[in-house]
Write a protein that binds this ligand. Sequence first.
Ligand code: HEM
Length: 499
Amino acid sequence: MLKLMKVSHLQRNATRLTSTHGCSTGPREPTILSYCDIPEPKSSMPLIGTSLDYTPLRGFQHIEFYSHLRKRHEELGEIYKENILPGLTSSTVFCCTPEDTKTLLRNETRFPFREPIGYILKLRNKFGLSSGITQVNGEQWYKMRKVVNQHFLSQKSVWHYTEKHYQIAEELADFIERSMDSNQEVPDFELALKRWSLEQAAIFILDARLGLFDEANKDSNDFIVNVGKVFQCMGDLQIGIPLWMLYETKLYKKYEEAWLNVFHHVKEYRRKAEERHQHKNSESQLQKFLRTSNLGTSEVDMVMNDFLTAGIDTTANSTIFPLYLLAINPEKQEKLREEILRYIQNEPLKGKTLNQLPYLRACLQETQRMFPFVALSSRKYEKDIVLSNYRVPAGVTIMNTSNIMNNMNSKYFDKPESFRPERWLEPEERNKARFAMSGSFGHGPRKCPGRLLALQEMNCLIAVLLSRFRIEYHHRPIEGKFRLLTIPSEKARYKFVKI
Ligand code: HEM
């Protein structure tokens, strides 16, 4: 039998709660409302929960999941709970107020618990692989995380690669010049960005170049296409009725096939990089940390796999948004270009200064407000927690929706519809926005380990592109849609005008 998930006391708690229709039977406290009182969708029915809402019968589309969440909050308020299919799933609490976000952050423990994703575990168990850093909790998680943190959370490590990252950004800019059509647009700019983000991640992780802008390199396309498929399948498997729990659905099989392909490619990339290192009697910094750790071979394999794949679609997709906002706000683009040119013409390139250019930083912060790269953040807590004056028992999954609920709210952001990076340079405005959003990279000790790397990649690319091109966009407005990450509703057809 497949062991889908390790049952921890957190999960046992959640099961106990949902077996009484999500309500604790304990005594009620006078001022704090009970879990039972948290509003639930009116469409929820005994036995089948809200599963029908996630079918075409009710017009559900995965890509519109953010609108679905906003409608739920509109209908039920700042906090609600929902169980899609009782028996198979447990209730999840959705909350979004700054006070609740603050409570969630303050209650982060040393080993924050993020619910493992069942279909990922199913696959990894089926093939006898390690669950990987993203899917384990507690001490087991910490054992892996503390090894990778040495490389990923060290500014020194990340800044050591600034020049190489800048060089790869220049290669993307050369590629843009070579590939522009008669409209000065790059036909498949998304694919070019994925090549760029993989090349950037590979140099940092393997200390090796993959040569992805080399015309002859066809192999990488297959890898990148399959990483894309994995993300797409995950987006679809994540939401709605989890039939994959009962049998291997067509969608699950598609996910498995793409994932195995990716795993195979990662092994090949590693093998080639290690061969080259052996030749030079060297190894990558991350490899050194992993070799000297007490992690087993299977864990090391999965760490390498997860890190090489986690940064491709995430960074490539997210980078579409600052470029879009700068393209449709030419005066802000000009202001940023001035800052960048002043810097690169007067100072030697350094990670510390490039990553701290104030207006560049503010532009990326403002982009994350308008298009949170990842909108949802989930946790389970070991203790009961009070959210919006309801007591949420330990072990219940809590989903923070603040990124998409508050980002356009004038209560927290003046003129929220306008792209105004300046707001992040004004202490009063920054203060007003505190805790309004949980952030694109998660929070606490489990926050994305790749964030310094991803931001450095973006900083280098924006600096290179703005110093070489004026970026324009002449198509339908881009909106943020859901596919696990926030993805653009339109193709990134930017016009690159050489300057
Ligand atoms: C713009 C790009 C990226 C975004 C928006 C992003 C976002 C996130 C978020 C929201 C989480 C969950 C954090 C939490 O639970 O608090 C996460 C986890 C993770 N990210 Fe990223 N990420 C990005 C790039 C990267 C890169 C470049 C890498 C590695 C090369 C990476 C590797 C990981 C890993 C391994 C985890 C799991 C960490 C753990 O469970 O301890 N990410 N990321």
